[in-house]
Design a protein around this ligand. Structure first.
Ligand code: KE4
Length: 427
């Protein structure tokens, strides 16, 4: 890869933006080397400031499910742009978006739009506390729910990548209301609810944690969370900011047939523009201002351009039903990676569901954060660098998940499988 233009941009950026990036995981700190800057994205490709073309397995961390620069999304934004960029009043797009979300995710009876996944989870836990009158929240080590103060406790994604899962600046009093347990540990949940079940407002969980690699639940685990929260009058919040509309049209909850009380959403529903949403049972959502006592707001919430982009992206999912294709593409890449590792004699796990997969260089299945951090992340980092030089962009951290889009179908998935297999052989 050429780095001249990106190097100049990073040098300029570093003078005026902390770390030269507007989100830490983009800084390549754990994988080494300097980040490239993207000038254009098209389909499954990123085009760098230095003119390199990369097959992209980050897909802007989820939104680009139809590939970058999708013509239908583009056309919808261009059309909406004719009428202005923001009104500060209700607009027809918000109604159409809310009706679509309620139609697509049955557990969502009412929904409030916001501007990021962080706002969605922050608002959802405030609402859970306001609705239940309780203060404690349970989250799981390695899960990342955005940079919400009280959830930056043993968080995943960039926090874990940089080795500070418990961020500075979060007062102990905030974190004190957050109980952190291991994912897939039913005994710990049982014991916690036995001791203080009547204080627990909610469990917030990424049903398939995708911010410490990609971790799948033990059989019955999510059903167990549903049962124990119901039993104790606590709420179950599914953070489907990444898995929503991706692992099925209705997200993980559709795949496994579990009905959470609230769902945090984002990414895909903005078509790449800034967006978040949280929704759930009407009796809970009606506690939100202006009807109820729980305050939540946002200048650009329901922004017409973001709504137009998200509506186009959702309508395209409804029309094209890409999920069988994602199962095929995911299995193609998974079998290529496992085959290459077997040939090399390297222990490798490739947890994969549809268009999401991760690599853990580990003998055993990864069930929680400790397993994930116990894997050989240096092998991942070597593979990342090999792949990048060969034209494939994996997420720049072993504690992230790879994403597929419909545009990977065809030569890109085969070319990437070949490059990644060669990369594993070169470790
Ligand atoms: P944002 O505030 O970044 O829009 O969303 C926060 C969030 C909430 N919940 C889940 C399950 C998430 O994965 C995220 C954000 N995802 C990361 C990728 N692992 C964002 C990438 C970044 O921080 O730049």
């Amino acid at each position: 890869m050429n780095h001249t233009q990106s190097g100049n941009l990073l040098e300029r950026a570093s003078r005026v933006i902390p770390g030269g990036v507007n989100s830490p995981v983009r800084a390549f700190r754990s994988v080494g080397g300097a980040p490239f800057f993207t000038k254009r994205a098209e389909g499954a490709h990123l085009h760098t400031a230095d003119g390199d073309q990369l097959i992209d397995f980050v897909c802007t961390w989820g939104p680009a499910i139809h590939g970058h620069n999708d013509p239908d999304v583009q056309a919808a934004v261009a059309q909406a742009l004719q009428n202005g960029t923001s009104f500060g009043t209700p607009n027809p797009f918000e109604v159409e978006m809310a009706e679509l979300l309620v139609q697509i995710v049955p557990s969502v009876e009412k929904v409030r739009m916001c501007n990021s996944g962080t706002e969605a989870t922050m608002s959802a836990i405030r609402l859970a506390r306001g609705f239940t009158g309780r203060d404690k929240i349970i989250k799981f080590a390695g899960c990342y729910h955005g940079h919400v103060d009280s959830l930056l406790v043993k968080a995943g994604s960039g926090a874990l990548t940089l080795g500070n899962p418990d961020s500075a600046g979060v007062p102990g009093s905030f974190a004190a209301e957050t109980i952190v347990l291991d994912y897939n540990d039913t005994a710990a949940i049982e014991e916690t609810f036995h001791r203080q079940g009547d204080q627990i407002a909610a469990i917030i969980v990424e049903p398939y944690p995708a911010n410490c690699g990609f971790i799948l639940p033990d059989d019955g685990y999510l059903e167990f969370l549903r049962a124990i929260t119901t039993k104790h009058g606590s709420l179950l919040i599914f953070d489907e900011v990444m898995t929503g509309f991706r692992l099925a049209l209705g997200g993980v909850q559709e795949r496994i047939g579990i009905t959470p009380d609230m769902t945090a959403m984002g990414k895909i529903i903005g078509g790449g523009l800034p967006v978040g949403a949280f929704g759930g049972r009407s009796d809970i959502m009606d506690h939100l201002a202006p009807d109820g006592p729980v305050y939540q707001a946002g200048t650009l919430s329901g922004n017409p351009l973001a709504m137009a982009a998200g509506i186009a992206a959702l309508r395209k999912l409804l029309q094209t039903n890409p999920y069988p294709l994602f199962e095929k593409l995911g299995e193609t890449i998974q079998s290529a990676l496992l085959g290459a590792a077997k040939a090399k004699g390297l222990p490798l796990q490739v947890p994969q569901v549809g268009s999401m997969f991760a690599l853990f260089f580990s003998e055993d299945r990864v069930r929680n954060l400790d397993d994930a951090t116990g894997s050989e992340t240096q092998h991942f980092n070597k593979l990342f660098r090999y792949a990048l030089e060969a034209g494939v962009y994996l997420p720049p951290s072993a504690y992230e998940t790879c994403f597929l889009c419909t545009a990977h179908d065809g030569e890109d998935i085969d070319r990437a499988a070949e490059i990644l297999s060669d990369g594993i052989a070169a470790i």
